[in-house]
Design a protein around this ligand. Structure first.
Ligand code: ASP
Length: 466
């Protein structure tokens, strides 16, 4: 007999079926034993009476989280015993045979609750148990459905999904890089990508006019509650486009995701309002305003665009640095200023950020495809010609071989899902997140390397002074 899923049992009343999964709960009611079985689709109540002598004896030992397979008849539950709350609430399985696959230790915390009441360190240390809870299953299922939806949508729009390297080059791009020592080339390092920014632009030079990727990004920043050292972006780039084209596509995709997968939610304003950086700061005190008219309504989504960001700002040492992305183009009317390196603080970038309910969920820009103009950006930031060549020479060279006008955007995918799933932080929608302070409690990383590994990698550590 083929195993069926618990969610399929209501359609099998009167039939003998086989199910398998984990024991979610066990209740002894006098002589009758109730076992709730959990599989990937939900739970099913199973009953055993002493009439099935052998099975009854076996079932006496079974405890929570044991893994079993049971055969029996699906029967309608007596009136008054039906449970409207669960999908299989109208039926139960009268067990005829039960096989035990695995026994289980008592879990360190309850699994049949929402889990918010459990300490997060314990949840992350035993993530494989934490993920058994229905809430997290649902989060990952919806995450998958949104991913699938985006892939289909973009493929239909002519986008090609292309993977770019994880082992790449350290370039000053905003955040600190995670680096990987090279064994073959002593004293040199790869960097993990902060984003696929440069590769996606190189793909435009290569003629892939519409690229996307579900990209993992790595940034070695100081821990913050809602940050992870690695996170996922929906990253895309398009050739021969203006700001409007990228914004239109982004907006359409977001609206379609909500309408299809979250029909219970309401988008406050379509088209999404646009606010200039200046007005946002003036009116809301920040550049990610929460425009919801009713903050009590959990299902209200107030998207907005923030546009017209300054290109440069002064860093703490008083030198010019870019506000978002050094590869952005200034708005056309400021190109002259950039080329002349004049009125630098007034130059406005083509950058656009997308904000949802007060959280920045993405950003992008039209890029500077003219190598001379890109060079000016780095000159303004105080790079010498040698430094420009060493860090960005490959981009300038690529652009000298015929670069199309192009632009794109990247979404913080974990953040978007956490907002849609009404979760308080992104760790709730990531299968194996790190703690808020960047530790993996399940694998116990970061961890030390063996002396032999260090040697192979040509690494030596200075002992910390006590
Ligand atoms: N690469 C940028 C980022 O990660 C997004 C973009 O401009 O496409 O923020």
């Amino acid at each position: 007999m083929e195993r069926i899923l618990t969610a399929q049992t209501p359609a099998k009343k009167g039939e003998t079926v086989k199910v398998a999964g984990w024991i979610a709960n066990r209740r002894d009611h006098g002589k009758i034993i109730f076992l709730d079985l959990r599989d990937s689709t939900g739970t099913l109540q199973m009953v055993i009476t002493p009439e099935q002598k052998e099975t009854y004896e076996k079932a006496k030992d079974i405890r929570s989280e044991w893994v079993v397979q049971a055969e029996g008849k699906v029967q309608e539950r007596p009136e008054g015993m039906k449970n409207q709350e669960i999908e299989t609430g109208s039926v139960e399985l009268s067990i005829e045979n039960i096989e035990i696959f695995s026994k289980a230790e008592t879990p360190p915390f309850p699994i049949d609750t929402q889990g918010y009441e459990v300490g997060e360190e314990a949840r992350l240390q035993y993530r494989y148990l934490d993920l058994r809870r229905a809430r997290l299953k649902k989060n990952l299922l919806l995450r998958h459905q949104v991913l699938q939806f985006m892939r289909n949508f973009l493929s239909k729009e002519g986008f090609v999904e292309i993977e770019t390297p994880m082992l790449t080059k350290s370039t000053p791009e905003g955040a600190r890089d995670f680096v990987v020592p090279s064994r073959l080339y002593p004293g040199t390092f790869y960097a993990l990508p902060q984003s696929p920014q440069q590769y996606k632009q190189l793909l435009q030079v290569a003629g892939f006019e519409r690229y996307f990727q579900i990209a993992r990004c790595f940034r070695d920043e100081d821990p913050r509650a809602d940050r992870q050292p690695e996170f996922t972006q929906l990253d895309l780039e398009m050739s021969f486009v203006e700001r409007e084209d990228v914004m239109e596509l982004t907006e359409r995709l977001l609206i379609d995701i909500v309408k299809t997968l979250y029909p219970e939610k309401k988008i406050q304003d379509i088209p999404f309002p646009r606010v200039s950086y200046k007005d946002a700061v003036k009116q809301h005190g920040n550049d990610r305003p929460d425009l919801r008219k009713n903050k009590e309504d959990q299902n209200l989504l107030a998207f907005c665009w923030i546009v017209d960001f300054p290109f440069f700002e002064k860093d703490e040492k008083g030198a010019w640095t870019f506000t978002h992305n050094p590869f952005s183009s200034p708005k056309r009317e400021y190109m002259q200023n950039l080329m002349a390196k004049k009125n630098i603080g007034e130059i406005i970038a083509t950058q656009y950020d997308i904000v949802l309910n007060g959280v920045e969920i993405g950003g992008g820009s039209i890029r500077n495809h003219n190598p001379e103009a890109l060079e000016k950006v780095f000159e303004i930031m105080g790079y010498t010609p040698e430094q420009i060549q060493a860090n960005f020479g490959h981009m300038l060279k690529a652009f000298s071989y015929g670069a199309p006008p192009h632009g794109g955007i990247a979404w913080g995918f974990d953040r978007l899902i956490s907002l849609l799933q009404l979760e308080p932080n992104i760790r709730e929608v990531i299968a194996f997140p790190k703690t808020g302070d960047s530790r993996d409690l399940l694998m116990q990383s970061p961890s030390e390397l063996a002396e032999t590994q260090l040697k192979e990698l040509h690494l030596q550590f200075q002992k910390r002074k006590k």
